[in-house]
Design a protein around this ligand. Structure first.
Ligand code: URA
Length: 235
């Protein structure tokens, strides 16, 4: 691939024209030698640097975002800020999208990627990749909820949910952890309503075996290494 294309495919904050200027300014090197030709052919395994910093070639990018409330998971919608606004420029890629949405008022784990195949594998109805939520209700959590969710509860509109696991929170009588194996529209809120309660706070903590680390603050992104991507698909 051409050197200018290689760099701009990895750094969407830099257009091909920007890259050409950087090359002319002597700021790009390939294999330790300053590059002078934007059209030079480079391979994925070549060491390309910009200002001495390596630009590692990655076919796809995987980002764990700890979404704050108030951000929407779609492209701009009215005046609401979107999850795209939270991705730092060095992680932005063409074709980046949230694989599985959270409501505007929900916090927690949103996977941003440009890998359509992984998103498909993760979200396909037959895959049942578990998603773990921390839920706080308006009224106290009742032990009967666990049985009703485990049996597959019917939510408004007559849809029946797959069996889900609920665990009461030891510190808060109104809170519980819920593990879902699917992702119906507003599912947690509709399940709470089906048992006569109401969600007042919702946070997604894990997808598959990948958990939001405690030091990832709301609004922050963490790039997931390719070796950890499999954890997204494991039960
Ligand atoms: N269930 C909901 O009701 N909302 C979310 O954002 C995610 C799951």
């Amino acid at each position: 691939m051409r050197l200018d294309k290689y760099i701009s495919s990895q750094r969407t904050d830099l257009s091909r024209a920007d890259v050409k200027k950087l090359i002319r300014a002597g700021r790009v090197a390939v294999g330790g030698k300053t590059a002078s030709d934007a059209g030079a052919q480079v391979a994925e395994e070549d060491e390309v640097t910009l200002d001495g910093e390596a630009i590692a070639y990655k076919e796809h990018i995987y980002i764990m975002l700890n979404k704050p409330a108030g951000y929407v998971c779609s492209a701009r919608e009215g005046s609401s800020p979107t999850v795209y606004d939270l991705v730092p420029p060095e992680l932005k890629r063409r074709g980046l999208f949230p694989a599985g949405r959270l409501d505007k008022d929900t916090e927690g784990f949103v996977l941003m990627t440009d890998d359509g195949q992984l998103a498909h594998d993760m979200l396909a109805p037959g895959k049942h990749v578990p998603k773990r939520y921390f839920v706080r209700l308006a009224g106290p959590y009742k032990d009967e909820y666990a049985k009703r969710f485990a049996a597959g509860i019917e939510i408004d509109g007559g849809e029946v949910c797959l069996p889900a696991e609920a665990f009461p929170d030891p510190n808060d009588p109104c809170a519980f952890t819920l593990i879902l194996h699917e992702g119906k529209f507003h599912q947690v809120k509709r399940m709470a309503r089906a048992v006569g309660n109401e969600v007042v706070y919702l946070r997604r903590e894990a997808i598959g075996n990948l958990v939001i680390p405690p030091d990832l603050a709301l609004g922050e992104c963490l790039e997931i290494m390719h070796k950890d991507v499999e954890k997204l698909l494991t039960k």
